[in-house]
Design a protein around this ligand. Structure first.
Ligand SMILES: *Cc1c(COP(=O)(O)O)cnc(C)c1O
Length: 470
């Protein structure tokens, strides 16, 4: 009777644990540091965790991007790399896998997600057009803006409230979208930029009902929907867990149904697809595909490798299949939830419900005494590194950047520090260590003084900005 899945954890016979559906074949030793070493490393890095050397980091929760552990089958796949310049067999394996799993007709490989965003933005946006989306993502919005588009956030209001327990905080507010279409006209809408899950809202999912209703609305106005499917497998698991009618469907079927309501998708394979590099763009429209396939040779490489080695495409094709196994994705999201529940038990303020890929600490609630211009989330990421060598990242005012027209900061409602869990890399014991360090930093919250930005790069400043303690 014991069903060892994350959903049934602890529900039967008192305590019955579940565990990762894999065992470890190769290990990578971790390095621990002294407080003095961490203080020096952090000062060298300008208090920006992106500028730390990874060898100075103990548990690295900077990102789930490209940090995945590959399986033995994926490593074996690397040896099957066909490094022909044109027509590599690994491309055809990848193409047919994407067609089967995601359901789109035509595939363009790219070196990573932003390569795909560049191509789609250039091909599908006319300068001055609006691009409505369910909250912005850094690279996505930047490419839309570089192509002359104007991003408009049409996510539901609940997404901006870190404690609202709406089960699908990634949903599009169809009234906001209708109002935009009514005001500007359908011709001024380039396409809908839909993301599942929504990274900047805390890894929050979009419901099947929402994408269905969006499809109906867009059909009425002749507007296309392009999906940022970077974490769409995680989104599909949330639909299985939370949406009526999907509990008995495999994640693979839910994923494919969701994609069927959209006209195309792009992906950073460095997330869901269990590889260290890669991306793709896939559409159903032949003329658009022809343009993308033509453009990819300018920016990425030939249309049968798109900036990737043959072996990388092989590992991606295998990783896509592994990513949609129910036991795998349940354990992946289950591990994130495990960490979240430890923190909630200790009343540490985090974004709720816990999302699919990360825990987001509410830096405003940690540091109520700091104004947003003292960069509370950046301050919190630095404090956590100092405490234990754990590396998280800022997702607040620094990440939001500046309004190009006024030159002022964007002031996002959410001021978060993200602890992102790499896939298949750390064990539950690492999560215990992380939770205890976060708790220690929370208990010492009154001592935080904040940071000043002393160097600011022009684009995507969060990657390279430098800070000094106030
Ligand atoms: C990472 C990411 C991207 C960009 O992909 P890269 O592979 O980093 O270029 C786009 N959208 C979302 C939601 C992402 O998380």
């Amino acid at each position: 009777m014991h069903d060892p899945t994350p959903q049934t954890m602890g529900q039967q016979f008192g305590r019955r644990s579940w565990a990762e559906p894999w065992k470890i074949k190769m290990v990578e030793p971790l390095r621990t540091t002294t407080p003095a070493q961490r203080e020096a490393a952090l000062a060298d890095a300008g208090y920006n965790t992106f500028l730390l050397k990874s060898e100075d980091v103990y548990i690295d929760l900077l990102t789930d991007s490209g940090t995945n552990a590959m399986s033995d089958r994926q490593w074996a796949g690397l040896m099957l790399g066909d490094e022909a310049y044109a027509g590599s067999r690994n491309f055809y394996h990848l193409e047919s896998t994407i067609q089967e799993v995601y359901g789109y007709s035509y595939v363009v490989p790219t070196h990573q997600g932003r390569g795909a965003e560049n191509l789609l933005s250039r091909a599908a946006i006319r300068p001055g057009q609006f691009v409505p989306g369910n909250m912005y993502f850094t690279t996505t919005r930047l490419h839309q803006e570089l192509a002359g588009g104007i991003f408009v956030d049409v996510i539901i209001d609940e997404a901006h409230d870190p404690y609202n327990l709406h089960p699908f905080k990634g949903n599009i507010d169809l009234n906001k979208l209708e109002a935009l279409i009514a005001r500007e006209g359908a011709d001024k809408i380039a396409y809908i930029s839909l993301a599942g899950t929504v990274n900047m809202a805390g890894g929050q999912p979009v419901s099947m009902a929402n994408v269905q209703a969006l499809r109906t609305l867009c059909d009425r106005h002749g507007i296309k929907i392009y999906l940022d499917a970077t974490r769409m497998v995680e989104n599909a698991l949330f639909i299985q867990e939370r949406e009526a009618g999907y509990a008995d469907q495999p994640v693979a079927a839910i994923l494919k149904e969701f994609c069927s309501y959209t006209d195309g998708a792009w992906i950073s394979a460095k997330k869901d697809s269990l590889v260290n590099i890669g991306g793709w763009l896939a559409v159903n429209d032949w003329p658009l595909f022809e343009e993308l396939r033509n453009m990819v040779v300018i920016f990425e490489g030939l249309h049968t490798y798109g900036g990737l080695a043959g072996r990388d495409m092989e590992a991606m094709a295998i990783g896509i299949r592994e990513s949609i196994e129910d036991a795998y994705i349940q354990a992946r999201v289950g591990q994130v939830r495990y960490l979240g529940e430890l923190l909630l038990d200790w009343e540490v303020p985090i974004v709720q419900p816990v999302g699919g890929h990360a825990i987001f600490l509410d830096a405003r609630a940690f540091y109520e005494h700091l104004p947003q211009t003292a960069f509370p989330a950046q301050t919190l990421a630095a404090a956590l590194y100092l405490d234990s060598g754990i590396r998280g990242m800022e997702r607040g005012i620094v990440s939001a950047g500046r309004d190009a027209s006024t030159g002022d900061h964007y002031y996002p409602k959410l001021e978060l520090t993200r602890l992102t869990i790499p896939r298949r890399v750390y064990t539950q014991a690492h999560m215990d260590v992380v939770a205890e360090s976060v708790k220690a930093v929370y208990d010492a919250r009154g001592q935080a003084r904040g940071l000043a930005m002393v160097y600011e790069p022009k684009y995507l400043r969060f990657f390279q900005a430098r800070f000094a303690p106030l």
